[in-house]
Design a protein around this ligand. Structure first.
Ligand SMILES: [Zn+2]
Length: 245
């Protein structure tokens, strides 16, 4: 290549890169404004972390939204002075700090005792452009014998169906790993928070507050911490696998 044409090529390349960067930013702004009508793309990235030597080891970095169910005047389900909204916030915070310690970026839809509308949650999830969305809840039923963890997913007309099922299976499998939780499997259920989400999402029902054994588990801080960490591991292994495929 001649020197002049090489110079032109470099100039064109720089100009082209700047245009693409500007365009990328513009699309992101559009996504934030009109969150329900766009298809977000995963923005997971590989970053590199320097270890003790001079070598760099690859570290996956994911963007994850965690939604602690209920809040404020909406206490969710309860038993005595045990409220679903408090338990979900604790589990979500444990999950968030664990995921952050692994180098991921985490958004909590709420980090205090306040109520969010379902549309607000949907907007937060979709404008985040995250890879995965996890909503945390606690179950209850008149029949006190029902116990265990269920992971719910939903696809609108097959949208992201396979990914959502894979994510639900991965989260369910990890969530029940410690503390003798019953595995109630995964279930497709038409819930607004899952329906609005443009990214793969699940809702984890973390045990039944109406069952005495589950309630005993949920009253222990160490169990809530492990639950948050195990749910996170389910999310990470789903993301690692979907990145390979
Ligand atoms: Zn709930």
């Amino acid at each position: 290549m001649k020197i002049k044409s090489r110079k032109n090529f470099v100039l064109f390349y720089v100009f082209f890169t700047l245009i693409m960067l500007a365009l990328g930013k513009y699309i992101k702004i559009l996504n934030m404004g009109n969150s329900l009508n766009i298809t977000t793309t995963p923005i997971s990235k590989s970053i590199y972390k320097q270890n003790s030597g001079s070598r760099y080891i690859p570290l996956k970095k994911y963007y994850i939204v965690i939604d602690p169910g209920h809040g404020g005047i909406d206490k969710g389900t309860s038993y005595g002075n045990m409220y679903e909204k408090d338990l979900t916030l604790k589990i979500a915070r444990y999950a968030a700090s664990y995921l952050k310690s692994k180098g991921n970026v985490v958004f909590l839809t709420r980090n205090k005792d306040k109520l969010l509308g379902l549309d607000q949650i949907g907007d937060k999830v979709n404008s985040s452009c995250a890879d995965v969305f996890v909503s945390i809840h606690i179950n209850s039923l008149n029949d006190k014998n029902f116990n265990g963890i269920t992971t719910l997913y939903y696809d609108v007309d097959g949208y992201q169906k396979d990914e959502r099922i894979k994510l639900a299976k991965s989260v369910e499998g990890e969530a029940v790993k410690n503390d003798n939780w019953e595995n109630r499997g995964i279930k497709r259920q038409n819930l607004a928070v899952l329906r609005y989400s443009k990214i793969p999402g699940v809702l984890v029902e973390c045990g039944f507050i109406t069952n005495s054994q589950d309630r005993a588990r949920l009253s222990r801080e160490d169990v809530l911490k492990r639950l948050g960490e195990n749910i996170s591991n389910g999310v990470i292994s789903y993301l690692n696998e979907s990145e390979i495929n």
